[in-house]
Design a protein around this ligand. Structure first.
Ligand SMILES: [Zn+2]
Length: 423
């Protein structure tokens, strides 16, 4: 590259593309570790299979000339030096642990897309001013150990290393022991690792891109959520002898609240979401007027102000319904995560790379959690989505098209180069 004129260099750079087949082959090779009969992957965090997966990816990273750092929670950072190695790295990454009935692409794609970016830069002898790093974060899925997004959460200080180490699986094994056992308890203090910018490519895990027939999702933000437990208390009584006017029917009152959850979400388009997904009826007998009904409410929005308005509306509606019905209704907020807007510079880099490459694209707000949410607390961050078949993920039938994965990886390559600067 160094012998070329500026114009020649620009034309090489503009024409630069990843090797889609090599990316696909790496995904398929990693998916062999923990492969299930139905074509999915079961590679739970910190198991022997996780170690094998980690070893394979680290081996690939080293073969691509990267140096490897592991921190105390087992996050792995593979680094390709920059010409100015004192600059904070332009990082990409995701996770390689899976759900018990997981697929081949969730997380794995983000990590191997990063590896493919580095392999492509190596092929063409391209040096960047800032170092480039490919990370994978420990226990993103949270299915063996809670909380989810553990490695990135400890890294950004959302919870402590001690809390994470003490987390136990169903057999009583702790994260601390298991990290030690598989040889991935590193020495670097989590968070003691600068990041200049963070990109994460991921399958969408939803149906929006496929439905709109677009290849690239530019992700401006991740939705915030507000979770509630709602309990309506009435009086159990016989369904026959009790006249309609003398009942205290918890179900009928709950049934007034449920459509309001959907109505509230519809009042805050396009990103308002309202779901009642869980319900328990007591005593759950066909000839007894329900004395108590408990149900969950899940409200989401991408805008915190709107999410707060949704919160106020459900609170007021419940209060009014209690007053009108004369029944007691308890609404308890059990979880709240504010929306996570991504950094305009990083979102902009994704947008301009997509436009330059000519892929069809649209903005897609993420409804699911990702390591990028925690990375965003420390560095300008953003995500790139590609479609997955029927929007299905966390399922062994999870599927994605090679061409879409390649396109997302090309966007990653060009967006990272914009940030890391080619010398
Ligand atoms: Zn994931």
């Amino acid at each position: 590259m160094n012998d070329l004129s500026r114009e020649e260099k620009m034309s090489v750079l503009n024409g630069l593309r990843v090797d889609g087949k090599r990316l696909w082959d790496a995904l398929m090779a990693l998916a062999q570790i923990g492969a299930t009969e139905k074509g999915g992957v079961k590679r739970l965090a910190l198991t022997d299979l996780d170690r094998q997966g980690r070893d394979l990816v680290v081996g690939w990273g080293k073969a691509a000339g990267m140096t490897v750092t592991i921190d105390q929670i087992g996050n792995v950072f593979m680094r390709r030096a920059g010409t100015n190695d004192a600059l904070p790295p332009v990082m990409t990454g995701s996770h390689i642990d899976t759900q018990p009935t997981g697929g081949k692409f969730d997380g794995n794609y983000g990590v191997l897309a990063g590896l493919e970016v580095v392999r492509t830069l190596n092929d063409h002898g391209i040096r960047t001013e800032a170092p480039i790093e490919v990370a994978f974060w420990t226990n993103e899925e949270g299915s063996r150990f809670v909380p989810v997004m553990m490695g990135s959460g400890v890294f950004c200080g959302a919870f402590s290393l001690e809390t994470a180490y003490a987390a136990k699986d169903v057999d009583g094994k702790t994260v601390g022991e298991e990290l030690e056992r598989i040889g991935y308890k590193g020495t670097q203090v989590p968070g003691d690792h600068p990041i200049g910018a963070y990109f994460e490519t991921h399958i969408e895990q939803g149906p929006v891109l496929e439905d709109a027939d677009k290849v690239i999702g530019v992700v401006p933000a991740v939705m915030g959520l507000s979770w509630y437990d709602c309990t309506v208390t009435g009086m159990e009584a016989h369904a026959g002898p009790t006249p309609m006017g003398l009942r205290r029917d918890a179900m009928q009152v709950a049934a007034q609240i449920i459509p309001e959850v959907v109505a509230i979400a519809n009042r805050y388009p396009p990103y308002g979401r309202g779901t009642v997904g869980m319900m328990q009826v007591f005593p759950n007998s066909r000839n007894v007027i329900p004395g108590e009904v408990k149900f969950s409410i899940d409200l989401r929005n991408v805008n915190d102000e709107l999410l707060n308005k949704m919160h106020e509306e459900i609170s007021a509606f419940v209060e009014n319904t209690a007053a009108a019905s004369g029944l007691s209704i308890k609404l308890e907020r059990v979880s709240y995560y504010p929306p996570c807007p991504f950094h305009p510079d990083v979102v902009g880099a994704v947008r301009s790379a997509t436009a330059k490459l000519g892929y069809s694209a649209m903005d897609v707000v993420s409804g699911a959690g990702h390591d990028a949410i925690y990375a965003a607390r420390l560095a300008p961050s953003g995500m790139i989505f590609v479609p997955c078949k029927d929007g299905i993920s966390h399922n062994e039938i999870e599927d994605a098209q090679p061409g879409h994965l390649e396109a997302g990886c090309n966007v990653l390559l060009h967006a990272m180069l914009e940030r890391a600067k080619v010398v």
